[in-house]
Design a binder for this molecule. Structure first.
Ligand SMILES: NC(=O)c1ccc[n+]([C@@H]2O[C@H](COP(=O)([O-])OP(=O)(O)OC[C@H]3O[C@@H](n4cnc5c(N)ncnc54)[C@H](O)[C@@H]3O)[C@@H](O)[C@H]2O)c1
Length: 297
């Protein structure tokens, strides 16, 4: 499906990134495995090569422009081209707002949002220069779409990532670059600290089957359940899709809506506070929106 293609996956030493890198290789691509952790990056490369695939490591902390440049330079030097880039690298530093620290906020924003920005900008320059188009895949999250208690920095960063996908799909359309955001859920080291999920992560790591309720109702499976979406988006058919936030996890696959006005009133000359109060009661308040992650779906 992807024979001859070359893809970069950031944060691919473990978790969802590793699963996506492996799946891209299985589909015929060569991959650059980026991770800030040199050991897991080298282990991932060794495992892919041992299975007959082509992979090379690019060890760097995503967030700075140099790290994005290194990933692309590694693809070009090792394989002579780059067809796709998945900006997946991420960290969690959860804390309720009043306990959140500046340092943790900066780390999360730097890794997810600045990381997506620096990688996306480097890709835009590369793809515009080659004129061959390409695939840029970002990784958002349900917390970014809906908000989540204890995830100030993370939900802000991931909402920003979804916004980047929307903006870049417009800016890069003429260059033939598709830009989408995956909204994944999977039992990985990252979610092991979330109350109720630690035991499920340990069980999944032992190879035990994931309960049906988790997979089917909550959409939480393994990283391998997420990976096929990365392959599909890199395929000929997938490359026609752009500007979308696509959810995948366990047995679930979904398309997210983008924010839009759900109620609208107009008044010539603008509004007084009293008129707003009346419009609020009579109209807008009938369309109040819910927030937070729906645990029942
Ligand atoms: N697991 C989920 O349910 C879930 C849900 C929503 C979004 N996501 C997103 O999916 C992506 C992958 O998460 P995961 O669950 O596989 O986590 P993970 O912790 O298993 O893997 C993340 C990898 O990124 C690497 N990394 C961290 N900071 C980095 C940096 N600055 N530069 C390069 N590599 C870095 C880590 O070393 C690690 O190998 C993240 O962007 C995460 O926010 C995951």
């Amino acid at each position: 499906m992807l024979d001859g293609q070359v893809h970069v996956v950031t944060g691919a030493g473990r978790g969802i990134g590793l699963a996506m890198a492996r799946a891209l290789v299985e589909a015929g691509a060569s991959v650059v495995v980026n991770d800030v952790d040199a050991q897991v990056a080298e282990e991932a490369v060794a495992a892919i090569r041992a299975s007959g695939g082509q992979a090379v490591a690019a060890v760097a902390a995503i967030g700075e422009a140099e790290a994005a440049d290194l990933c692309i330079a590694t693809a070009l030097e090792s394989f002579g081209r780059m067809d796709g880039f998945i900006a997946n690298a991420g960290v969690l530093r959860d804390a309720i707002l009043w306990k959140a620290t500046d340092e943790d906020f900066d780390l999360v924003l730097r890794t997810h949002l600045r990381g997506a920005f620096t990688c996306g900008r480097a890709c835009a320059r590369h793809f515009r220069e080659t004129g061959e188009g390409g695939v840029l895949t970002l990784v958002s999250s349900v917390a970014g779409q809906r908000g989540n208690v204890g995830q100030t920095a993370y939900s802000a960063a991931k909402a920003g990532v979804a916004a980047l996908a929307r903006t870049w799909s417009m800016e890069l359309a003429r260059a033939g670059v598709s830009v989408n955001a995956i909204v994944p859920t999977a039992l990985t080291r990252m979610v092991a600290t979330i109350p109720g999920l630690g035991e499920a992560v340990e069980a999944a790591e032992r190879g035990e089957p994931i309960p049906h309720r988790l997979r089917n109702e909550l959409g939480i499976g393994t990283p391998d359940d997420v990976a096929p979406l990365a392959v599909f988006l890199a395929s000929e058919e997938g490359r026609r899709i752009t500007g979308q936030c696509i959810g995948i996890g366990g047995d679930r696959l979904s398309l997210w809506s983008h924010p839009q006005e759900v109620a609208l009133a107009r008044k010539d000359g603008g509004w007084t506070p009293q008129e707003i109060a009346r419009a609020w009661t009579d109209d807008l308040s009938l369309h109040l929106q819910t927030v937070g992650i729906d645990q029942k779906t």
